[in-house]
Design a protein around this ligand. Sequence first.
Ligand code: FMN
Length: 492
Amino acid sequence: MTWREYHDLTKHSAESLRRTQHYLDWTNMPNPFRHYEGVPILDLSADPPAPQMSALEVLEGKTGNTLARNGAEFLSQLMFYSASISASKRVPSTGYTYTLRVNPSSGNLHPTEFHFSTHGLVDWSDGLYHYRPSSHMAEQRAIGDFGGKLVGTSAPLVFVLTSIAWREAWKYRHRAYRYCLHDIGHAWQALTLAARSIGCESFALGHFSDDRVAEWGLLSQDEWPMLIVGLHGPSIPVRVLDPVETILFGGQPNRLSEEQVPYPLIEAVHAVTKLTMEATIPPLGQPKESGRGDISLPPHLSTSRNFGDVVRTRRSALDFKGGDASISFPQLATLLSSTKEALFADFATARFVHLYLYVHRVEGLAPGVYRYWPEHAELEKIKEGDQRLVAAALSLGQDLAGNACLAFSMIGDFQSAARSYGDRGYRYVHFEAGAIGQRMYLASEALGLRATGIGAFFDEEVNRYLCLSPELGQVVYHFAIGYPVPDPRLEA
Ligand SMILES: Cc1cc2nc3c(=O)[nH]c(=O)nc-3n(C[C@H](O)[C@H](O)[C@H](O)COP(=O)(O)O)c2cc1C
């Protein structure tokens, strides 16, 4: 198995949909919450204050501040604005209620888990923890200095984001690995931007030995480490360090469902994208030459909506209002500019994801398909004319991609990623797409719009429609932005 075989085998087509006999076995739906039982559970402070910096400024790279006095206050604020429960929905016909979180997730199935090690936080034991979003608490899985083992130096806070692929595969079967990777990209930016809003910077590592990190993190067999994120900065409340003795609790992972159905393609692609020993990042390849467009984007906008409110009210639109309402050209420029900032990660030596836009209703811009060239803030016209039917049809017939004001195909340059990082590069292209998606979710919300990530599309039809040669890349993620229709199921 190679990344390419997995990718080809999990493409949607009219034929693949016809062949699918899958039905959802609700009695075996995996629990979206992992708990490690039998370990100390530590409270995080109640009602953490909302980070006040404007969300758009955080997206541009400005750093906020926090007045957290100790570890519990700091961690509470960080997790509340990156990974906690932020709303619920109630199905009127059945009364069934389920929760939604600050970070989005394909099918709301939440394959991502947040583990972290702390070192030297005030009034907080150094150790290894797992975040429990269902009660906004931390499960203490070990005492000791674990971050140092992982990132070489003893950083005050080091996260390991893991995926439980079965949670996604229950619904999306073999294609689910792609969504797990997208979700990691979303979670990474949710964490990084929340950290920045309270005064710290982060750096992500994707190029690590999987088995060593799994062992370090005392991870259950069904959790796969995907990304390490180290945080640093003066706002983290730290104390003078005393040496601590290591004590392992580990804890018993809860069982997520009666039966775990095997998905051999997922196991296989995960295995080929693993690194089995310490790996160093290969030297930089030659950056691809940037292109130019003939349409310059206007300056971007600023809004005062604060980061805390934006992330807690972010939601995916179920569908968008069609009709005449458009977004302005400066709003579009702001959305695009939110994706531009360099991503701080060992694998982000080049950008592998490019944006193609299906413009339906943007004032001052004719409907059509455009390619975004970030270096010069320009758009290149690729096709003219109404794209509403096409965008919806390509997105597996989902109306929202046609009813939005604009939709996107994110195009992943898998070949360049594979040249730089081998099969591991497959993960990085998806992380980048998820990261761009997360940034556009927040920029949309800050501008009074709403967004939806779209993982389901007819792969080859998109590649053909956009006339993509393999050197240009393949579609990796779809996205839509506009004015949402109200969702009657949503509760605060
Ligand atoms: C990677 C990814 C793929 C998604 N794909 C779709 C999709 O194809 N269609 C759709 O309507 N929503 C899609 N969504 C939106 C999720 O359904 C949504 O995030 C989830 O229900 C949680 O809701 P929230 O975003 O409001 O928290 C996707 C989200 C992500 C992160």
